[in-house]
Design a protein around this ligand. Structure first.
Ligand SMILES: [Zn+2]
Length: 380
């Protein structure tokens, strides 16, 4: 196993070069031209062992790339699925301010490097190693890189689920919890827009004729805040409110944007129902709720934990300890795990600062992650 690690230590410069080439292509979600280009770029850099690949264009969004590696298995066999995303949250132009750079402390910075271009470069090298070292895999392998994960996976969800349905295991290239800790569970996520309709009136001449939509909304915001149960992992956040026109008019309209999260589908459905059934407090006010659950939870199931055990043993053979944890943020792993597929997330390169200015990776983790991915893909 030391041999596998050494193989990747030697290849670290070329993996880092590929990471750089990916980071220096700015690929903000919805930048269709840029996301088409990077999908083509990765398609041109697929390992030699690729059996076939397909590009799926989505007007207004970009391109998803699907690549199959049969490794001697039949096309129809159950597969190992690897999922990642090509889009980032960083607006085009960020690179000028935060260019790709390697530091003396052994880290590398750049927009989208941790989430998740380092993970993509690393897995391409891991798959290449399977062919180059003639390793046997238990199943054919499919790599799916999508272009819209950061904005909710609207155009990719069906494709992710279609490939997940015949997967024996799924690995997600999202960044790990700092420390290289992989993710066995993620919260489910929902969102609502609450629209309040009141009745406008002159604030001086006949205020009693009005129904103040902002007052009504305020009652609802307090109710929503009471739904938080941090111990149980249930969170309800009113993140945006709007309302009214000018100070001398009783406002006829107000609205709020709500984010809610939960560890289990049962909790999620109950919460969704509670929010949908909110009732107005003021006579004459009306409520309208638009939205619901977007991502089911990736529950920390026995299946996920069994896959973690495999990863932990692989890591131990490679000479390092691999931890696991759960997080409140969602990924495409949520959709996959919800179909009952054993899922392990957070398999990207160690670092910190996803979606933040200090986003970086730790270079010393590149060979370890590459070796871990190689073993996992072969042994799952
Ligand atoms: Zn991500």
């Amino acid at each position: 196993m030391v041999a596998l690690l050494n193989y990747f230590v030697q290849r670290q410069p070329s993996i880092l070069q590929l990471i750089r080439e990916l980071v220096e292509q700015e690929t903000t979600s919805r930048e269709e031209g840029r996301l088409n280009k990077i999908a083509q770029f990765v398609a041109d850099h697929l390992p030699n062992s690729v059996s076939e690949h397909q590009l799926f264009g989505n007007p207004g969004y970009g391109t998803h790339l699907l690549a199959r590696f049969n490794f001697g298995h039949s096309n129809e066999a159950d597969q190992v699925l690897i999922v990642g995303h090509l889009d980032t949250v960083w607006p085009v132009g960020t690179l000028e301010r935060l260019p790709f750079r390697v530091t003396e402390e052994g880290t590398a910075y750049g927009p989208g490097i941790f989430d998740m271009k380092a993970g993509i470069a690393t897995v391409l090298h891991a798959i290449e190693a399977i062919g180059a070292l003639n390793l046997k895999t238990k199943h054919p392998v499919t790599l799916l890189l999508t272009c819209d994960e950061e904005i909710g996976s609207k155009t990719s969800r069906a494709l992710v689920e279609q490939e997940a349905r015949r997967a024996v295991a799924a690995f997600v290239l999202e960044p790990p919890i700092p420390g290289g800790i992989v993710k066995t569970g993620r919260k489910g996520i929902g969102g609502f827009t609450l629209k309040v309709a009141g009745r406008a009136a002159h604030a001086g001449l006949d205020p009693s004729q009005g129904v103040n939509a902002i007052v009504e909304l305020s009652h609802q915001v307090l109710r929503l805040a009471q739904l938080n149960d941090f111990e149980r992992g249930i969170t309800v956040n009113v993140g945006v409110t709007q309302g009214g026109t000018t100070s001398n008019v009783v406002p006829a309209e107000a609205s709020a944007k709500i984010d809610f999260r939960f560890w289990t589908m049962e909790d999620g459905l109950r919460l969704e129902e509670t929010i949908r059934n909110l009732q107005p407090t003021l006579d004459g006010a009306r409520l309208e709720l638009l939205g619901g659950i977007n991502r089911p939870p990736m529950e920390r199931s026995d299946k996920n934990l069994a896959l973690y055990e495999l990863a932990k043993n692989c890591a131990a053979e490679l000479g390092f300890e691999l931890g696991e944890g759960q997080v409140g943020g969602g990924s495409d792993g949520n959709f996959i795990a919800a179909l009952g597929v054993p899922t392990l997330d957070g398999l990207g390169v160690d670092g910190a600062g996803a979606h933040a200015e200090h986003e970086h990776i730790i270079l010393a983790d590149i060979p370890r992650r590459a070796a871990l991915l190689t073993k996992l893909i072969a042994e799952a």
